[in-house]
Design a protein around this ligand. Structure first.
Ligand SMILES: C[S@@+](CC[C@H](N)C(=O)[O-])C[C@H]1O[C@@H](n2cnc3c(N)ncnc32)[C@H](O)[C@@H]1O
Length: 401
């Protein structure tokens, strides 16, 4: 069958980054499945003709036409504890609903996406579970960590893409091209991104880029990264630029603001798949190639898994490929930003400096000097209103994203 136009079921669809990228590669979405009301509002608005089912656990079957299932599944319950529970049959982990649905229909193609941490989680427990389920269902599989920066966006964002097929080995499609990552040069006039919500154990330092946009932060709120500008200012980008940094049009996630706070959009955008990466994966599904992996090496499936691998006749192999299958020209982060930036508040700067001074993270001396200056120049914040803390079962779930 030609893969130039596949019929897609998008599970755990979020705000539809995967499905939008696949549409740009010529594929059609037949069904979306997403539980979170803000994300559902975006999907209904942006994919008005596609039915949205609101919980994967109650989705009985896939539409008959579907020949590609895609899922950027949450992986919080692929920890050892979660899996053991699943295997005892008391509570399936969410990704197991993907396998349940695949078992019930004959779908030739699957694309899964997740954080690279899943390759290490429980000494490879999560990726071992996913690939062995795929094998049990008769799929060949290949996976690779891909970096959004390769696709022309100034965001450093690594994600694992797993492609599985019942028809042929997906290894040549996913692993063929490998470019040398373009390392940005740290220079005086280059902006650097970092997480102002961190500062104790890590900074997420990104030269001429923002670090990975995230669904949450260590201080518990969905929040933008900060950018240290060459003029010494510390600013945060506008949500519309964050959407652009993921490959969406500005205001793609605006429909979420009808059902949630506007700041919730940061979480949705941070959770999304970068659109041009999804488009590249989608375009590779219909590529023809005679490429064979050069010097594949077998590896031990019982410990952490490599950054790229594929199955062949029941064995698992790794190959040396970069996270850059392409090297699209990119604007500097400063030139990329189109919307007004916001200076970090006095409180945010001070909190960040306090965390920074308790840790021992390396950073340029000029960074601390500019930070002190910015604190001195920032107007004092109004006192914080006292808020009651609400804890729900859902917000206390540990999510690995
Ligand atoms: C990592 S995000 C996926 C992001 C998506 N690929 C995108 O591009 O925006 C995982 C999604 O799974 C959703 N999810 C969690 N439990 C679910 C369930 N039971 N049914 C459907 N979706 C669920 C979450 O709300 C979240 O949006």
């Amino acid at each position: 069958m030609a893969n130039s136009s596949l019929h897609v079921a998008g599970l755990f669809a979020g705000i539809g980054g995967l499905e939008l990228g696949l549409a740009r590669a010529g594929h059609h979405t037949e069904l979306l499945c997403e539980i979170e009301p803000g994300a559902v509002a975006v999907l209904r608005n942006r994919f008005p003709k596609v039915p949205v089912h609101e919980d994967v656990t109650t989705l009985k079957r896939l539409p008959r036409a579907v020949n590609l299932v895609v899922a950027g599944f949450p992986c919080q319950d692929l920890s050892q504890a979660g899996l053991t529970k699943g295997l005892r049959g008391q509570q399936s982990s969410l990704v197991d609903h993907v396998f349940r649905l695949l078992r019930a229909s004959d779908v030739p193609w699957v694309v899964l996406e997740n954080v690279p941490f899943m390759l290490q989680l429980g000494r490879g427990n999560a990726i071992r579970h996913v690939t062995s389920e795929l094998e049990r269902l008769g799929y060949h599989w290949a996976y690779r960590v891909l970096d959004t920066r390769a696709f022309g966006l100034p965001q450093r964002r690594e994600r694992v893409f797993i492609v599985a097929s019942k028809e042929k080995s997906p290894a040549p499609l996913l692993l063929e091209a490998s470019r040398q990552p373009r390392d940005p040069i740290a220079a005086k006039d280059v902006a650097c991104g970092f997480f102002w919500t961190e500062g104790l154990r890590g900074l997420g330092w990104a030269v001429d880029a923002v670090p990975t946009l995230k669904g949450g932060s260590t201080i518990g709120i969905p929040s933008p990264p900060a950018i240290w500008m060459p003029d010494g200012q510390f600013v945060t980008p506008d949500i519309r630029d964050a959407e652009r940094l993921q490959g969406f049009d500005p205001d793609w996630s605006l429909p979420a603001a009808e059902v949630a706070r506007n700041s919730h959009r940061w979480k949705l955008v941070g959770n999304a798949v970068s659109v041009p990466v999804a488009e590249w994966v989608g375009s590779r599904l219909s590529a023809t190639t005679t490429w064979k992996p050069l010097l594949p090496v077998p590896f031990d499936r019982r410990s952490a898994w490599p950054r790229a691998a594929f199955s062949d006749d029941g064995d698992a192999w790794t190959v040396d490929v970069s996270t850059w299958p392409v090297s699209k020209p990119a604007k500097s982060i400063q030139d990329f930003l189109k919307f007004p930036t916001k200076p970090l508040s006095h409180r945010a700067l001070q909190g960040f400096l306090s965390r920074l001074s308790r840790g021992n993270l390396k950073r340029p001396a000029a960074f601390d000097r500019d930070l002190q200056r910015a604190i001195a120049a920032a107007p004092a914040d109004a006192p914080r209103p006292k808020l009651k803390r609400r804890t729900t079962a859902r917000s206390s779930t540990r999510v690995l994203r």
